[in-house]
Design a protein around this ligand. Structure first.
Ligand code: PAF
Length: 288
């Protein structure tokens, strides 16, 4: 595995592979790798000639009161895990390399950003699309891999790729779950024993919503109530329960087309998020 910190070294390696017409699978990360990232790397490994991973804690996507400084970092461990996962090039720039002085141009996400988790993080997705635009230009990937646990991020990046004609394919990888359904997350370790037992309620509630739709329910209010009832049985505080079209993330009066049911619940030391995305047939259309 090549570990590079400078853009010129990265470009040189990328050009060598481009000359050989290698397909490039790209996994952008902020490091402190966990099973979710490694699943993305494995997918990339299985479907491309080479795998590039970036590790860059992007200051632009953190708000003034967020944890940029204290965001967990462990480069030695990450390098070992990336190598074991079959990464060929690990790009680990510092902030000066990616942001050379005050920007002359900034990017603003106009749609899909001010709902779900983005509601309380103004500017977050502006920072995400800015850094990804830079990384996509540097790496010119064939395919780029993201986890569907951050379904809003996937929706915003789909818009970025479409609006700016990036010639790459986004692969959205399903959420990796524990045996009891809890979505894997580095934050799960912050749950108390009791909270850990309650936490699978998020996925259970979402699945109940999905099953109700399969049985013919089309009223978002009814689905909301079902999900709420299940979540109220936990000791966590419901942050949001939302139902939107996907990937547009627009409210629906009547469920139809591709939809997302998404929840966020605050436990004492961890805020958990989860979602399910599925297709709702037009009335009369057969369920498959
Ligand atoms: O999902 C993340 O870790 C980050 O938002 C990303 C996509 C690497 C951009 O900094």
């Amino acid at each position: 595995m090549n570990v590079v910190t400078h853009i010129h070294e990265l470009k040189e390696l990328i050009q060598q592979h481009q000359r050989k017409q290698h397909s490039i699978g790209f996994v952008p990360t902020m490091g402190f790798l966990h099973e979710g990232h490694l699943t993305l790397a494995k997918e990339a490994r299985d479907h491309n000639d080479i795998v590039v991973m970036s590790i860059f804690v992007n200051p632009l996507q953190f708000g003034p009161n967020e944890d940029f400084e204290s965001y967990p970092r462990d480069m030695n461990r990450d390098q070992r895990l990336a190598e074991e996962a079959g990464v060929d090039i690990l790009f680990t720039p510092d902030v000066k390399e990616m942001y050379q002085g005050e920007p002359s141009i900034t990017m603003t996400v106009q749609k899909r950003a001010d709902v779900l988790c983005g509601k309380k993080r103004p500017g977050h997705f502006d920072g995400v699309v800015t850094v990804l635009t830079k990384l996509f230009h540097l790496i010119e990937p064939t395919k780029v891999y993201f986890g569907l646990k951050d379904a809003q991020q996937v929706a915003v990046i789909e818009a970025l790729i479409q609006d700016f004609f990036f010639d790459l394919h986004l692969v959205a990888v399903p959420t990796v779950r524990e045996a009891d359904g809890l979505a894997k997350s580095s934050r799960n370790v912050y749950l108390s024993e009791r909270e850990r037992q309650e936490a699978p309620a998020l996925y259970k509630a979402l699945k109940q919503g999905e099953v109700a739709v399969e049985k013919g329910e089309r009223d978002p209010k009814r689905i909301y109530q079902l999900i709420e009832k299940e979540l109220l049985q936990t000791s966590g505080e419901i942050d949001y329960i939302d139902i939107y079209s996907y990937p547009e993330l627009e409210p629906l009066q009547h469920l139809t087309g591709k939809v997302i049911l998404a929840v966020a619940v605050k436990f004492s030391k961890a805020r958990l998020i989860d979602n399910v995305i599925f297709h709702v047939p037009e009335s009369g259309e057969k369920l498959v």
